[in-house]
Design a protein around this ligand. Structure first.
Ligand SMILES: NC(=O)c1ccc[n+]([C@@H]2O[C@H](COP(=O)([O-])OP(=O)(O)OC[C@H]3O[C@@H](n4cnc5c(N)ncnc54)[C@H](OP(=O)(O)O)[C@@H]3O)[C@@H](O)[C@H]2O)c1
Length: 248
């Protein structure tokens, strides 16, 4: 039966696939027939993702995307791609007044410069085909809202949106589409790793008109739409995924 969202025949690299949104995206892409290449730093958790993937021909390539040598090795192992999901990122809320330039650089290094450099090198080595789709996992932070402590994180995510729009124009002649998804709060380990308390999170959940934070599948399905042929006329846009948060 015809399925416009099928990923059959596509090979998709997903960064940050050892946890959270990237892990679920890899699992759901494989269910829809994609061959996925998963990458992340933590080998044990990457293997956990790998072992859940349906189908054959998937690849696991461990890499710290802030490390040049790791990116070199990743590129050597990389097959020809028809999709790329730049998802790896960190979230360290901290007030601007207490943030050092080194801390800001650290956030930008993984959230902005690693996707910037990875894609630049993939394009240079012609490892991505015509008619491919690139998806950046951005955020509502820095783009549609802000909150105390998210100055650097938000700036790194709005930088991604700026890059995505420019790339969409630049890569259109190659029929390569470039888009972002902008999630609100999603239930992932990134929240446990931040300095936000459980009570604060519980209060914040109530501010979402649909009554909950997002689940990783809520983001994965939007990414899948952007990777699939169903979105073949969609480029240079940002899909807002926020349970209505920005309505209020
Ligand atoms: N959760 C939310 O509320 C939310 C909202 C909006 C946007 N986002 C964005 O969604 C993306 C995924 O977040 P998540 O919530 O799924 O977080 P997560 O569960 O903490 O996963 C983050 C992923 O990024 C990888 N990563 C971090 N630093 C890396 C590095 N230097 N090199 C390679 N991989 C690295 C991690 O790999 P290791 O496991 O190896 O450390 C992990 O796989 C991020 O870009 C985040 O900003 C999240």
């Amino acid at each position: 039966m015809f399925n416009p969202y099928s990923l059959s025949g596509k090979t998709i690299l997903i960064t940050g696939a050892s946890s959270g949104i990237g892990k679920t995206t890899a699992i759901e892409c494989a269910k829809l027939g994609a061959q996925v290449v998963i990458t992340g730093r933590d080998l044990t958790r990457l293997r956990e993702t790998y072992n859940i993937l349906e189908g054959n021909g998937h690849l696991l390539l461990q890499a710290d995307l802030t490390n040049n040598k790791d990116i070199d090795a990743l590129l050597i192992g990389l097959p020809q791609l028809s999709g790329l999901v730049c998802n790896a990122g960190i979230f360290n809320p901290k007030l601007y007044s207490f943030t050092s330039i080194e801390e800001a650089e650290q956030v930008f290094k993984i959230n902005f410069f690693s996707p910037f450099d990875l894609l630049r090198r993939i394009l240079k080595q012609k490892k991505i085909e015509r008619n491919s789709s690139i998806v950046f996992v951005s955020s509502i932070a820095g783009n549609t809202i802000t909150s105390l402590g998210s100055s650097v994180y938000g700036a790194s995510k709005s930088a991604l949106n700026g890059l995505s729009k420019a790339l969409a124009l630049e890569l259109a002649p190659k029929q390569i589409r470039v888009n972002t998804v902008m999630p609100g709060m999603i239930e992932t380990p990134i929240l446990a790793g931040s300095s936000i308390s459980n009570d604060e999170l519980e209060e914040d959940r109530k501010r979402y008109p649909l009554g909950r934070y997002g689940q990783t599948q809520d983001v994965a399905y939007a990414i899948i739409y952007l990777l699939s042929n169903a979105s073949s006329w969609v480029t240079g846009t940002n899909i807002l995924l926020d349970g209505g948060f920005t309505l209020t």
